[in-house]
Design a protein around this ligand. Structure first.
Ligand code: PMP
Length: 351
């Protein structure tokens, strides 16, 4: 830290992204990216948009916003497009949290929530998951503040049905509930239809996972128009051109190819479920993940050992050195061939 760094932020611990190694070719199952390339329509659209890079992007992201509204059955003023969903989440911390509205989220969840709270200097409280890693929504009753729930949660993959989230919304009409649906397309059920019933619901989503566009950085928020206007105020106060031309075009391209996305999601779901069966036969314990990842441990080997031995075999997974989950590894679901290599390696490791 230089002597010039703001004293207000001196205690900030930044988020640690998963490794992006260059020194060796790994089977990369550590950052929940899609193993499939982007839609050819997305690639072609991005290339065409590159011809106009001398011009700023459309700050209203009008065409993409309209297509998103049509895709999700909402109106364009209920949609905000962002630079990855990390950006809309950060905007939500800025817009809807303060001293009187602390951020509340599970003790085991997406690690960035804590960082956004610290960066924006808003108080936060981590609410412990149950022993089986499920969220007890009743724990949020009787608290006050803005609730952040990843649904499905990461890194556990456990999800709530929208009816359960709806009970939370109904009981807490005077505070914002943010439902982060980064992984919803792999078997979860979206809360987006609830935005017309609950003015305090913000649903966030991403093109990084199911739509194979992690490198393009495209995310979105869907909510009641008043909440979207608040987020827009933050956007125009930070970076009005937050979605670049190529990314907006790629987003339109992939939205015109929903069959491709659907087919890829089905392949991930199949690979995930068949891996669960094999892993159980090998003695692994796991959550019933609905994400594009598995969350597993083995009674005979530590999480750290499994992480290291997979790495030696050229397979990268994610290990979190966090008390309650250090026995586990989070493993992104890859192609059939990648999963075969993973399962072969894990068989050797635990035998
Ligand atoms: N939410 C959750 C739960 C995530 O795991 C991630 C990805 N790491 C994000 C949001 C952010 O993804 P992106 O910024 O790529 O949309």
């Amino acid at each position: 830290m230089s002597r010039f760094f703001s004293a207000r932020l001196s205690a900030l611990t930044p988020y640690t992204p998963g490794e992006q190694p260059r020194e060796r070719k790994y089977i990369k199952l550590n950052t929940n990216e899609s193993p499939f390339p982007p839609s050819p329509k997305a690639i072609a659209a991005a290339a065409e948009a590159a011809e106009n890079l001398q011009l700023y992007s459309d700050p209203t992201c009008r065409v993409l916003t309209e297509q998103m509204a049509a895709r999700y059955g909402v109106s364009p003023d209920e949609v905000l497009m962002t630079n990855g969903s990390d950006e809309v989440l950060n905007f939500a911390f800025m817009a809807f949290c303060d001293e009187d509205h602390p951020a509340l989220f599970p003790d085991i969840t997406y690690g960035f929530y804590k960082v956004f709270a610290a960066l924006n200097r808003v108080p936060y409280r981590e609410i412990p998951l149950r022993e089986d890693f499920s969220v007890d929504l009743a724990d949020y009753q009787g608290t006050s503040g803005t609730i952040f729930l990843a649904n499905p949660n990461a890194p556990t993959g456990l999800a709530h049905a929208p009816q359960e989230i709806e009970r939370l919304l109904r009981a807490n009409p005077d505070r914002v509930v943010v439902v982060d649906e980064a992984y919803v397309d792999f078997g979860g059920e979206s809360c987006i239809p609830l935005i017309h019933k609950y003015e305090n619901l913000l649903v966030t989503g991403t093109f990084s996972k199911s739509r194979s566009m992690a490198g393009a950085r495209l995310g979105f928020g869907i909510a009641n128009a008043a909440l979207i206007r608040d987020l827009d105020t933050i956007k125009y106060s930070t970076n009005p051109y937050n979605v670049n031309r190529m990314t907006a075009a790629a987003g339109l391209g992939v939205l015109a190819d929903e069959d491709y996305t659907e087919k890829n999601c089905q392949a991930i779901i199949e690979n995930r479920e068949s891996a669960k069966t094999v892993l159980k036969n090998l003695g692994f314990e796991m959550t019933d993940s609905l994400g594009n990842f598995l969350f597993i441990r083995h009674p005979k080997k530590s999480g750290e050992e499994i992480y290291r031995e997979l790495r030696e075999r050229g397979i990268l997974v994610r290990h979190f050195n966090q008390e309650r989950i250090k026995d586990y590894n989070r493993i992104t679901v890859g192609t059939k061939a990648e999963m075969e290599a993973l399962l072969l390696a894990l068989t050797e490791i635990v035998r």
